[in-house]
Design a binder for this molecule. Sequence first.
Ligand code: DX5
Ligand code: ZN
Length: 216
Amino acid sequence: MVKVAPSLLSANFACLKDDIEKIENGKADWLHYDVMDGHFVPNISIGAPVVASIKKVCNVPFDVHLMISNPLQYVEDFAKSGADIICFHAESDSDIGQTVDKIISLGKKAAIAVKPGTDIDVVLPYLDKLSMVLVMTVEPGFGGQSFMESTMPKIEKLRKINPDIDIEVDGGVNPETIKIAAKAGANVFVAGSAVFKSENPAKTIKLLKENALSVL
Ligand code: DX5
Ligand code: ZN
């Protein structure tokens, strides 16, 4: 199923509630929530307490993308704050198997993210336990970068191995690049600037979904 997950990173942090309402009214499927620790990636963004606050005013599932060096140490905080899907990077310092098991033991859906240069094979031993794999289509750390088409073969390979798992793309997704990712086999589309910097976020979400479906 095609899902669009607007990335809160591109929202106006002075009016988060307004921006969240815009995407909820626009039928966003998930809210994508980027956590950066200033170590795994150069930026620092937002943490678990903000998840807990937003959860009170937002009814769509929270897709938490941890761009942090030690996810194992923090997954419990995010689970308690209201994350629904917890995604961490294969390149982090935490043990992958232990982190997946911990997320599942907390009653949450587990996902693994891979950077553009990371082989997709790294996720294969855990596929049975995962609800999703995130194939980054930019180097993690910043919104507003250009979509890297060179990552598509990883999606094609994974889709062949598992026809049912959610495959998410994140970075540079817009109404044009979404078609490339959908054709390759992705079905969950994160969009930050494309949604929040557009004049009408609801219309943009609708267009993204239509364009993804148009190539299937
Ligand atoms: C990048 C983040 C993305 C980012 C996407 O490291 O993981 O979720 O917000 O932003 P856009 O859609 O503007 O590339
Ligand atoms: Zn992200």
